[in-house]
Write a protein that binds this ligand. Structure first.
Ligand code: URA
Length: 210
């Protein structure tokens, strides 16, 4: 854990022993660790259930997420919920959804390296407390920052693939198209449906094996 000598509240968030404490401390924290704080209304921490064994990680909040303080609540969120329900997953109970960064940028753009570096300890702590068995990375940005070994990989090669990431032992990873991307390029939807079915099969097989 990275301690900050000058920021006791930050250290308290990263020292939280329960998800409820982590959530409450981060929500109360007036984070100023990167420039994204200037455009932020709310820190966007999660949506879904912290006891879920499946975690979805997207890119970063947009305007709707910022206003509501929850990830994937705009049109992309509606599509994501529809996709989850199509494979019989309840977005409120069966998954927890987060993003690589927890604050929206001032304009529509991917998070920068220093913003990701500032925010990553929070996501790492979130994963450590939730202990998901499966993490689905939604899009190239999540893939790049969570698995540096695949930083140069394209979504065309990686979407639908299952793999492991050395920094997260015991977790099964998969990559899927970000629903926000699917809204822009509907031609990828049939492929995304195949990926969803592969995830459903994986989860079924896992349940049988437990
Ligand atoms: N909304 C989010 O919260 N994250 C994304 O990656 C896209 C839309």
């Amino acid at each position: 854990m990275q301690n900050d000598l000058f920021d006791a509240a930050y250290n308290q968030i990263l020292a939280a022993e329960t998800y409820a404490d982590f959530y409450a401390r981060l929500r109360a924290y007036n984070c100023r660790r990167c420039q994204l704080c200037y455009a932020r209304t709310n820190i966007v921490i999660d949506r879904g259930s912290p006891t879920a064994s499946l975690m979805l990680i997207g890119e970063r909040p947009g305007d709707n997420e910022d206003l509501q303080g929850k990830p994937f609540v705009g049109r992309a969120g509606e599509l994501l919920d529809k996709m989850l329900r199509a494979i019989h997953l309840d977005p409120d109970k069966d998954v927890i959804i987060a993003n690589v960064t927890k604050c929206k940028p001032e304009v529509d753009r991917a998070p920068l390296a220093d913003e990701v570096a500032a925010c990553m300890p929070f996501l790492e702590k979130q994963v450590a407390l939730v202990k998901p068995r499966v993490i689905v990375l939604l899009g190239a940005v999540a893939l790049k920052w969570i698995d540096p070994e695949r930083a140069e990989a394209t979504m065309e090669e990686q979407a639908g693939k299952f793999f492991r990431v050395s920094a997260y032992p015991g977790v099964q990873f998969m990559v899927m198209y970000n629903p926000a991307f699917l809204l822009r390029d509907a031609r990828k939807k049939p492929e995304a449906w195949e990926h969803l079915k592969a995830l459903r099969e994986y989860l079924r097989a896992e349940t049988r094996a437990v």
